[in-house]
Design a protein around this ligand. Structure first.
Ligand code: ADP
Ligand code: RBF
Ligand code: MG
Length: 380
């Protein structure tokens, strides 16, 4: 058995806040004639609503006070609560831990009422949590440790036996100040290097290994793959940087991330596999990366499926349809081009073998893969 690498814990405290604040703010700034810059998200995640509003009023030089801004924002914000999508992998994690009787608490800077209405939209979530602590129940929000200390108290645990899972910087700071173990899941992946005070930084909740902390391991991995609910994406094959075949010897038939933003926010960047359909050619096994390619540090997210088949010609512009059935690993950086190439070939071997399992192979016949005749595509 592998030796646990970290200090053991017996309970988990999470804050699964997400992008709804940014979405609402984006709309408001447009009203004031300002352009919301996604990178500003870092300035507001983990703050109380008033702090976030103050930061935005100041940053964008809005012609109103922060209270006024907040009063205007509030109703819209609350109306949006039902549209919050849980962080990718959150549902799986909560089900797993609660199934093993691991006590959990929610601890967020949002007011308790807002947290409660948020989770009321997710079936069964309320019962997962033995305690909920809101920013209005303590004298200071994160980065102060108070919220986490209160959560530990309500769980009846020592702070040192709590594992905090956090997506914001103030949250990580607060967890460390509370004397807890902290795993960071940055909501802005490219900022991962800023989260060094956490014990571990992971790309998404799919990558959490509870056994590292003495918690029960996930049991849903199969032959190195994590089955996911199938998800679907399609579009014409576009030109990339021309690196795939030339630099790596691995051609990837890129799809444009444009128009897929909500799908891409539901699924973390990483390496996936599944089936690919080209209407005039057939259905093929496929392994792909979605993300910023840390080795090349792209400025834009790319979607890069490698079809596991030898083609005699290019198929730029053709409609490519993907059914994604499983997850392999996060995208990572590599010390050399050779090690990146070797890893992608390993991904290929794992995907190729796994796709023969009935669990995955049944999706080969999904009508979506060959239904381009019925799509809006102009290609015949
Ligand atoms: P780009 O940077 O333009 O995506 P690549 O070097 O990655 O260029 O090559 C990708 C192109 O190669 C695809 O768009 C497709 O037309 C072609 N191609 C040939 N074989 C394959 C394959 N097995 N998988 C994906 N694309 C392939
Ligand atoms: N790029 C990375 O920088 N890190 C990765 O971990 C990584 N994994 C990949 C896995 C697969 C299956 C594929 C097809 C590509 C991967 N790439 C990764 C992307 C690679 O860098 C990209 O295809 C080239 O940049 C060509 O555009
Ligand atoms: Mg490519």
């Amino acid at each position: 058995m592998a030796k646990p690498l970290k200090k053991l814990v017996s309970c988990v405290i999470l804050d699964l806040d997400d992008g709804v604040v940014s979405e609402v703010l984006k709309g408001f700034l447009a009203k004031y004639g300002k352009q919301w810059d996604g990178r500003e998200a870092q300035r507001i995640v983990g703050k109380t609503p008033l702090e976030a509003a103050a930061a935005v009023v100041e940053e964008y030089g809005l012609p109103c006070g922060k209270e006024e801004f907040l009063a205007e924002l509030h109703p819209v914000f609350y109306a949006q609560l039902c549209n919050i999508k849980p962080l990718p992998g959150a549902s799986r994690l909560l089900k797993h831990l609660s199934g093993h009787g691991v006590p959990m608490a929610l601890a967020s800077n949002s007011p308790r009422g807002s947290i409660e209405s948020k989770i009321s939209y997710h079936q069964g979530w309320k019962d997962y949590f033995s305690a909920i602590v809101g920013g209005d129940e303590v004298t200071a929000g994160k980065p102060s440790p108070e919220i986490f200390l209160e959560a530990a108290k309500r769980l009846n645990r020592e702070p040192s036996s709590c594992l905090v899972i956090e997506d914001s910087m103030p949250g990580v700071t607060a967890g460390k100040a509370a004397g807890m173990e902290v795993v960071a899941v940055p909501s802005v992946p490219k900022q991962a290097h800023l989260y060094t005070s956490a014990e571990e930084v992971i790309n998404s909740l799919l990558d959490l290994q509870p056994e590292k902390w003495g918690l029960p391991p996930f049991q849903d991995w199969i032959e190195g793959t994590l089955p996911t609910e199938p998800w679907y994406i399609s579009g014409p094959v576009i030109k990339g940087f021309g690196r795939g075949s030339k630099v790596l010897g691995i051609p990837t038939a890129n799809l444009s991330p444009k128009g897929h933003s909500s799908l891409l926010s539901e699924h973390p960047s990483g390496v996936y596999f599944g089936w690919a359909g080209l209407s005039t050619r057939g259905v093929y096994k496929m392994v792909m990366s979605i993300g910023w390619n840390p080795y090349f540090n792209n400025a834009e997210k790319t979607i890069e499926p490698w079809l596991l088949h030898e083609f005699t010609e290019d198929f730029y512009g053709e409609e490519l349809r993907l059914v994604i059935v499983g997850y392999l690993r996060p995208e990572v950086n590599f010390p050399s081009l050779e090690s990146l190439i070797a890893k992608i070939h390993e991904d290929k071997r794992i995907a190729e073998r796994a796709l023969d399992l009935p669990l995955y192979s049944k999706h080969k016949d999904d009508p979506y893969l060959s239904s381009s005749l019925h799509s809006e595509s102009n290609h015949s």
